[in-house]
Design a protein around this ligand. Structure first.
Ligand SMILES: Nc1nc2c(ncn2[C@@H]2O[C@H](COP(=O)(O)OP(=O)(O)O)[C@@H](O)[C@H]2O)c(=O)[nH]1
Ligand SMILES: Nc1ncnc2c1ncn2[C@@H]1O[C@H](COP(=O)(O)OP(=O)(O)O)[C@@H](O)[C@H]1O
Length: 189
């Protein structure tokens, strides 16, 4: 069957991964689109669960073979992309797909799939709070943290192009808002 797509995009650290995990618990018909990426594995992550971790060379070969719905060099040298096979696998199993992708990727998916897709922008309460969350998550070096923050301001300027904006100040409010939006979208004919 042809399922629907629910896209969550946000600057790094805004909380999209946290919200997506909640949506997966709340909606058994939603399945996570595991992206391919060329960054290194973080502690607690595993290959084929959080991402398909590929070398930059393997990633570039898959681009050439036209295996991606969309891909981006999100940070210099770090490729991320949605594999066609992943979306097909989820739809063939009768589920809807949920994505955690960067802002450009989210808009690209929306432009490809139109009304079949709900694109949600997760807005951080402020840049200062974003920086605090990224620092607390302890996944970034000073350099990569600065790079992510520098990118955030530009990404936030694209928020009005999304179908919906969810402000992630208090997590439970953001989850309630996202839950309502997803419920309405999945019920629609
Ligand atoms: N375009 C695109 N972006 C992706 C994809 N998968 C993940 N991303 C984005 O790449 C960015 C970096 O991801 P990651 O290194 O996991 O960092 P995090 O956002 O700080 O958790 C995030 O904005 C992800 O949403 C994908 O398949 N396509
Ligand atoms: N509403 C919130 N208030 C405080 N911390 C949050 C909130 N939402 C998420 N976090 C924390 O902020 C960090 C970044 O969230 P994460 O979901 O990894 O963001 P993203 O996927 O957008 O990069 C994580 O450590 C997460 O636990």
């Amino acid at each position: 069957m042809d399922g629907k797509l629910v896209i969550f995009s946000a600057p790094s650290g805004a909380g999209k991964t946290t919200i997506v995990k909640k949506m997966l618990e709340l909606f058994p018909t939603l399945k996570f689109s595991i992206s391919a990426c060329s960054r290194s594995v973080r502690s607690g992550e595993s290959d084929g669960v959080d991402y398909f971790f590929l070398s930059p060379d393997t990633f570039r070969a898959k681009i050439k073979q036209n295996e991606f719905v969309e891909w981006e060099e999100v940070y210099p040298g770090s490729y991320y992309g949605t594999l066609k096979s992943e979306v097909e696998r989820i739809w063939d199993a009768g589920h809807h797909v949920v994505f955690d992708v960067d802002v450009k990727g989210g808009l690209k998916l929306k432009s490809i799939f139109g009304e079949k897709a709900l694109a949600i922008f997760v807005m951080p309460p402020s840049i200062e709070e974003l920086e605090k969350r990224l620092a607390l998550r302890s996944t970034e070096s000073d350099e990569t943290l600065k790079m992510r923050i520098a990118k955030a301001e530009d990404e936030i300027s694209h928020a009005p192009q999304f179908d919906q904006i969810v402000i992630n100040d208090e997590l439970h409010h953001a989850v309630d808002k996202a839950k309502g939006l997803v419920e309405t979208f999945l019920q629609k004919g």
